[in-house]
Ligand binder design. Structure first.
Ligand code: GTP
Ligand code: MG
Length: 365
């Protein structure tokens, strides 16, 4: 019945730790691989093209840092992202994405778009992040329109479900209007019918405006911010080179370096968290001497389903959850003091888990 037992394994199905699948995309030489390296800690050669790569990104979370300091567990598990790096297309087609590149974006769950705002000596074109954003957007809308029109044609011929035809008609209208699908609210578009088509303009979009090192602490250009807002996306200024350098430093040197650059924390940490939050993802924590573990769920998930994220037995045999909100824990410093203050809550299976809940699941199978 107590949590640590499950980490010894042996009961039912294994833990389900499924990372979200993100992609770094953008035009040639915009700094995608540099950013990918900084995010994953890998050391893929930068500079020109290369292969598609994947890596794992740890979602920085100061709450997990604190829990790990308090519990001193054998293992600390942060939420993770599976990240893919897609090389750009060179030559005359520098503001175009190849069909192969588009294919690498399709099966992902969120899109980090790198917009070049620095002089790249290997390219003839001056930086134009706003132009690149618009070109990228146009590419996505065009590609989606092709997919949607083909399916609509077939669906009509096959006399498919009217709701499906309706969904594809809605999408055609939106795309013909040059708007991305992500702007269409759930109530107006039944996304069940979109599964498997990998529609690009429906992906959550976070742009990294990749600037020269000297500009790393500058605010986001207003026109860019506005353009992204109308696309239902968001953006952050960073310098991939600076972030790569920070990532390679020892923690002691990092602080000094950040101060020199006029940065409060690595922008990358904020960027990763922002991508995560954009997907409406939140974390709950399980803690103990064996393991401090951040689990990822969608906002609105009930306790019983969340428990199933940890172990299928916990979902099946769910009795109740004992909850300590992280803020409360941080204030009181230990489980015992929280309990003494009467601030540990007992919740049932329908309880909607909040971001930062520390959860102990009582279950019986
Ligand atoms: N000045 C400056 N140069 C950068 C920055 N980020 C990347 N670069 C340089 O830009 C060049 C291209 O960087 P990559 O990371 O390989 O770019 P990419 O988008 O992966 O390029 P492709 O995969 O070929 O499309 C390299 O020489 C980088 O060092 C930055 O923040 N500032
Ligand atoms: Mg690259």
């Amino acid at each position: 019945m107590v949590l640590p037992a499950l980490f010894r394994g042996g009961v039912g199905r294994r833990c389900r730790h499924v990372p979200m699948k993100f992609v770094v995309a953008g035009f040639a030489g915009s700094g995608k691989t540099t950013l990918f390296n900084a995010m994953t800690g890998l050391d893929v050669p930068v500079g020109y093209g290369g292969e598609v790569r994947v890596g794992t990104v740890r979602v920085p979370d100061p709450r997990v840092d604190l829990l790990s300091r308090v519990y001193k567990p054998k293992k600390t598990v942060y939420a993770t992202i599976n990240l893919r790096d897609v090389p750009g297309e060179y030559g005359a087609r520098s503001q175009v994405l190849s069909p192969a590149a588009l294919q690498q974006i399709r099966d992902r769950e969120a899109l980090c778009l790198v917009l070049r705002d620095f002089v790249n000596p290997a390219l003839e074109t001056a930086p134009d992040p706003l132009g690149d954003l618009q070109a990228f957007h146009a590419e996505c809308v065009l590609a989606d329109l092709g997919v949607v029109e083909r399916r609509l044609d077939r669906a009509r011929k096959e006399r498919a479900d009217v709701r499906e035809i309706d969904a594809f008609e809605t999408m055609t209208t939106v795309l013909e209007d040059g708007r991305p699908l992500r702007l269409v609210p759930r109530t107006q578009l039944d996304r069940r019918f979109l599964k498997g088509y990998g529609l690009l303009s429906d992906l959550p979009l976070l742009a990294a405006v990749n600037v020269e090192e000297e500009a790393a602490a500058e605010p986001l250009d207003a026109a860019l911010a506005e353009e992204l807002r109308t696309m239902g996306g968001a953006a952050m200024v960073l310098s991939a080179r600076v972030e790569a350098e920070i990532a390679s430093l020892d923690p002691e040197d990092q602080a000094e370096f950040l101060e020199d650059m006029g940065l409060a924390e690595p922008t990358l940490a904020r960027f990763i968290r922002a991508t995560y939050e954009m997907m409406d993802l939140i974390s709950f924590f399980t803690v103990g001497p064996e393991e401090v573990h951040a689990w990822t769920i969608r906002r609105g998930t009930v306790a019983r389903t969340a428990a199933g994220r940890v172990h299928s037995d916990m979902e099946r045999g769910f009795i109740r959850a004992e909850i300590i909100p992280f803020e409360v824990f941080a204030e009181y410093g230990s489980e015992a003091t929280v309990k003494d203050a009467g601030l540990m809550r007992v919740e049932g299976k329908e309880y909607i888990v909040s971001d930062g809940d520390m959860m102990l699941v009582r279950f019986n199978v």
